[in-house]
Design a binder for this molecule. Structure first.
Ligand SMILES: C[S@@+](CC[C@H](N)C(=O)[O-])C[C@H]1O[C@@H](n2cnc3c(N)ncnc32)[C@H](O)[C@@H]1O
Length: 241
């Protein structure tokens, strides 16, 4: 059973063209494993196969097209999938990616901050892949508190987010990314420039210590880093009540 709940309006042709352009760039990035999707989603797959109740529920915050999540969930004891994303086009793609899951798929077209403020279902594993960093520090704490409130007793919260290396400022982080142009040769100059501009405008990475401290401030008793991307641009963090 699948449902897409939407409170967003359908985009215009221009918006659709822009979406297609961004999607094509993101798919190149994922396809070339430039952000280490393979390693990160292998971690998630491992988590699905060990230490989860059978069946378990999974909330994919900012799920996008859910291609990587769907692959990680294959063969798991998933009993309920929830996905939240602002983009109706992404959710249409997610619906297709998730169509073979042997469980209900509930896709909600909403801002995840709003969605989590009034979320009512209990969830065993909540995952945010590369999206929490758009919020300011107080918004990050509030979102984590809301996640904590919906987790089941032994539930787990995992995030994968941009990370400042020790002593690095936000500007230095973006400069380090710009200096990495050679490794991202698969992107055109326009695509790379658009990505840099988006990051400088909308990304608010934190240090590993701060990502852990935010979780503790939100009330989690355990907060640890379980993965660092080999290029040291981001990490995966795990929180438990
Ligand atoms: C970089 S993609 C990440 C996709 C996927 N989670 C992954 O790991 O590759 C970011 C996604 O977050 C969504 N997004 C960004 N801000 C959002 C918000 N405030 N509420 C809901 N979705 C949001 C975008 O539409 C996009 O699909």
């Amino acid at each position: 059973m699948e449902s897409v709940e939407s409170n967003a309006t359908t985009g215009t042709d221009d918006a659709q063209a822009m979406f297609n352009k961004h999607l094509a760039t993101y798919r190149k990035i994922v396809g070339e494993n430039l952000m280490f999707h393979r390693e990160v989603y292998a971690l998630l797959r491992n988590q699905f196969s060990q230490g989860m109740p059978k069946p378990f529920s999974f909330l994919d915050i900012a799920c996008g097209d859910a291609v990587a999540s769907a692959a990680a969930l294959e063969g798991s004891a998933i009993g309920q999938y929830y996905g939240i994303d602002l983009s109706p086009q992404s959710l249409e793609l997610a619906k297709e990616s998730l169509k073979d899951l042997p469980c209900p798929v509930d896709l909600r077209c909403r801002d995840f901050v709003e969605a989590m403020a009034d979320w009512s279902d209990t969830v065993d594993l909540v995952w945010i892949g590369m999206s929490l960093h758009h919020l300011q520090p107080d918004g990050k704490v509030r979102l984590m508190k809301n996640v904590r409130d919906v987790l089941s007793r032994d539930g787990l919260f995992l995030i994968w987010e941009p990370t400042l290396v020790d002593g690095e400022s936000r500007e230095e982080h973006f400069d380090r990314f710009s200096a990495h142009r050679g490794a991202w040769a698969t992107l055109t100059d326009d695509e790379f420039a658009a990505m840099e501009a988006h990051m400088r405008l909308a990304d608010f990475p934190e240090s590993a210590d701060t990502w852990k401290a935010i979780g503790r401030e939100a009330g989690f008793s355990e907060a640890e880093q379980i993965f660092l991307m080999p290029n040291r641009f981001g990490g995966v963090y795990q929180y438990r009540n």
